[in-house]
Ligand binder design. Sequence first.
Ligand code: SF4
Ligand code: SF4
Length: 172
Amino acid sequence: MVEEKLEAPDTTPSGAIHLEDLERWDKPPPKEILEKQATVIIECLEEIPCDVCAAVCPFKAVEMPRINDNPKVIFERCPGCAICVQACPGLAIRVVRYKYIGDNSMVILPYELLSLPKVGDIVDLLDRLGRKIGEGKVVSVAPRTKYKTPLVGVSVPRKLALEVRYIRVKKK
Ligand code: SF4
Ligand code: SF4
């Protein structure tokens, strides 16, 4: 049987991918996984010669038989350790801890800009088009190390957990 091959989606003129496209590619974690554990969402749909996420994962949670394949997460194996988030050169991965505190989720994003926010800072939450969709509170910061991208953990309203793609630090 010939397996149907999904084409990379048409993006907006800005190059953004839509959540519906990601759902078509089974990229967002299923609801039952989100309800019980932290895990990743990988927004990488192009066939590029990169397998860093699969190579660094200590839980063998990313399947990629060939280097040009699209990364496929085995969500049951992924506890959201964020090692691949730090390592991905495309900033395409983030961790979602859907059940965080109260009505909030925690999202852990790669953050390459300077200066880094601090724990307790209120930041703007941006969607895939760079539009502000709300505000969140920084709850963790992992600074840059030699080979790793800094990580910022943000508490966000749960309804935005799969929509937050980046943050904007407010000017002081
Ligand atoms: S978050 Fe950790 S366990 Fe999950 S895919 Fe990335 S490296 Fe693997
Ligand atoms: S490391 Fe990042 S850019 Fe490379 S395949 Fe994985 S998700 Fe895509």
